[in-house]
Design a protein around this ligand. Structure first.
Ligand code: ATP
Length: 472
C-alpha cells in the first residue's frame, strides 16, 4: 500500500476543487470479517439491504458501515463484491427475466456481463468517508455530475495520458464502477442504475466513479495543474452568442506563428531558466552569461511594459481603477497581484493587457540577438515559467533547485526577513519538487558556488550539442 497518506488533507482539497456535494467514499475489502470490529465507529445495518443503500449512508450521511454476505437481501450485491457465488437461478437468466430482461437468454447474457470481484478471498466490506481515515482503502467512490466527472477524467489524464473507456451493464451498474475498477486497477465510470436511484439516494444528474485509492493524489495533482491553467468547476460561461476570441489563450490562436518565431528551423536555441524563489536562478544565469550565453529577462520585460506612459498601464488603470497607482504614478504591483491572486477572471483580464506587449518585446529581443548571431543559444529567465505554462516556447527548460529548508534560509538571509516569514512565502508557491518533472536539465545549487559553476559549464556543453542537433 506504500506510506500512509494524510487522507483528510488530500480529500478536503479535492472536495473544494471539485465542489462535491457528497463525501468521497473509501472502500476496503476484508479477508476476515472479524476485522470489521476494528474499524472505528463502524455501524452494521440493523436489517438486510442492498449495497447501494450502504454507499448512500456513507456518501450522504457520513456513516462508516460494514457488511458481510448475511447483511444483503439477495445475492446480486454480495456476488458483485465476491462475497458469495452467483446462484444458478441468476446465472441461467431466471432472476433477470423477472423484471429486467425479456427472455431468460437476455437475462443470462446480462448476468454474464456483470463485472464481479472473484469469490473465495473476501468475507466482508467496509466503507467510510475517505476524509475520516478509518482504514487504508482499496478504492474510492466519487459521486458527481457529468461536468464534475469530466474534470475528474481530465485530471486523471493530465499526465501519463490514457483514454478512458466506459462500460454499462444496465441494472446493477454499481459493478461497472466498483468491481471493474477493483479488477482492472483502473478508474471506472458508471451511470448509476435504477436500484441506486431508488434505494441509494442517487440523484438524476449523478454519475459514479471508482478509482484505485493510489490514484487520488494523481487526480488531485492533475486538477490543481488544470486549475492553474484556468480549467475549473463550475465551468465559467463564455457565451454562445458572444465573440469569444478574447477568451481564447493567445498561444492557442497564434501557436504556429509563435512556434515558427521561437523554435522554427534556423532559429536560435531558446532555453528557459526557472526554479523557485531564491533557488539561484539569477546566480546560474549570470554564470551562463559569463560563458557567452546571452540572457533575456522575462521579469524585467514584464515590469517595463507596465511602466508609466505604456498602453498596458493605461488599460490596467481603466479596468482596475486608479487606486493601483502609487504616488509617483507607478503601478503598485504588490496590490495588483493581491487583487488577481484568487480571481482567475481578473487575472485573465490582466494578462490580456500585458501578454501582447510582453511577447512583442520578447521576440524583438530574440530578433536583435539572432541578427548578430543566427546560431545563438539564448537563455530566458522566467521565474513563473511552469506556473504560466510557457514550456512550449522553449527548446528546453533548466530548473535550478535547492532543498526547501535551504531555500527558506537563503530567502530569509537575502531579504532580511525571519525564517518563519520566508517559510510562509514558500508555502504560497508551487513547490520546487513539482517543477522538476518539466526540466530538460536540472542544476542542483544546494552546495558551494564552485559546484554549481561546474554544473553550469557542463550544461553549456549540453546546450551546444542541442543547438547542433537543432540547426544541423
Ligand atoms: P529570486 O527568485 O528571488 O529572483 P533567484 O532564484 O534568482 O531569486 P538568487 O538571487 O540567484 O536566486 O539567489 C538567492 C540568494 O541565494 C542570493 O542571496 C544568492 O547570493 C544566494 N545564493 C545563490 N546560490 C548560492 C549558493 N550556491 N550558496 C550560497 N548562497 C547562494
Amino acid at each position: 500500500m506504500g506510506e500512509k497518506k494524510d487522507w483528510g488533507k488530500l480529500v478536503r482539497r479535492f472536495e473544494s476543487l471539485m465542489r462535491l456535494k457528497y463525501f468521497p467514499v473509501g472502500l476496503k475489502m476484508f479477508e476476515d470479517k472479524s476485522e470489521l470490529a476494528k474499524v472505528p465507529f463502524l455501524r452494521r445495518p440493523g436489517h438486510k439491504g442492498t449495497l447501494c443503500q450502504l454507499i448512500g449512508l456513507v456518501r450522504s450521511f457520513d456513516w462508516t458501515v460494514g457488511a458481510d454476505v448475511d447483511d444483503f437481501l439477495f445475492a446480486t450485491c454480495p456476488s458483485i463484491l465476491g462475497l458469495c457465488e452467483v446462484p444458478e437461478t441468476h446465472r441461467n437468466g431466471t432472476f433477470r427475466n423477472i423484471v429486467w430482461a425479456a427472455t431468460k437468454e437476455d437475462g443470462r447474457k446480462m448476468e454474464a456481463s456483470i463485472p464481479r470481484i472473484s469469490t473465495g478471498k473476501y468475507e466482508a466490506v467496509a466503507m467510510a468517508p475517505l476524509a475520516y481515515d478509518a482504514f487504508e482503502p482499496d478504492m474510492v467512490l466519487i459521486y458527481a455530475n457529468p461536468a464534475q466527472m469530466m474534470l475528474l477524467i481530465n485530471s486523471l489524464q493530465f499526465s501519463r495520458y490514457e483514454v478512458m473507456r466506459f462500460h454499462c451493464v444496465g441494472e446493477s451498474s454499481c459493478s461497472d464502477a466498483l468491481a471493474r475498477c477493483f479488477n482492472t486497477g483502473k478508474p471506472s465510470l458508471g451511470i448509476p442504475c435504477y436500484g441506486e436511484r431508488r434505494y441509494g439516494h442517487v440523484q438524476d444528474e449523478d454519475l459514479a466513479m471508482a478509482l484505485p485509492a493510489g490514484l487520488m493524489e494523481k487526480a488531485l495533482h492533475g486538477m490543481e495543474a488544470l486549475y492553474r491553467r484556468g480549467i475549473r468547476y463550475p465551468i465559467s460561461y463564455a457565451g454562445a452568442q458572444a465573440d469569444i476570441e478574447p477568451q481564447i489563450p493567445v498561444s492557442y490562436k497564434k501557436l504556429d506563428e509563435v512556434m515558427a518565431k521561437a523554435r522554427g528551423k534556423g532559429s536560435p536555441l531558446l532555453v528557459g531558466i526557472t526554479g523557485g524563489i531564491a533557488c539561484g536562478k539569477t546566480t546560474v544565469s549570470a554564470m551562463l552569461e559569463k560563458l557567452g550565453v546571452p540572457l533575456i529577462d522575462f521579469d524585467l520585460i514584464a515590469r517595463r511594459v507596465v511602466e508609466p506612459g505604456t498602453d498596458a498601464l493605461a488599460k490596467i488603470v481603466e479596468y482596475f481603477g486608479k487606486q493601483l497607482l502609487m504616488a509617483d504614478g507607478k503601478l503598485d504591483r504588490k496590490m495588483l497581484s493581491e487583487v488577481v491572486f484568487r480571481d482567475l477572471e481578473k487575472r485573465k483580464k490582466l494578462e490580456s493587457f500585458t501578454h501582447p506587449p510582453i511577447y512583442e518585446e520578447f521576440f524583438r529581443q530574440v530578433a536583435a540577438i539572432t541578427s548578430e548571431d543566427p546560431r545563438a543559444i539564448i537563455q530566458v529567465a522566467v521565474p513563473l515559467l511552469i506556473e504560466s505554462n510557457l514550456c512550449y516556447l522553449f527548446d528546453t527548460v533548466v530548473v535550478v533547485h535547492i532543498s526547501a529548508a535551504e531555500q527558506a534560509r537563503r530567502l530569509a538571509r537575502r531579504d532580511d526577513i525571519t525564517l518563519e516569514a520566508a517559510e510562509n512565502i514558500l508555502k504560497a508557491q508551487l513547490p520546487i519538487e513539482s517543477k522538476k518533472p518539466f526540466a530538460g536539465f536540472l542544476i542542483d545549487n544546494e552546495g558551494e558556488l564552485e559546484t554549481t559553476r561546474k554544473q553550469v559549464e557542463a550544461l553549456r556543453d549540453e546546450l551546444e550539442k542541442l543547438r547542433s542537433g537543432k540547426q544541423g
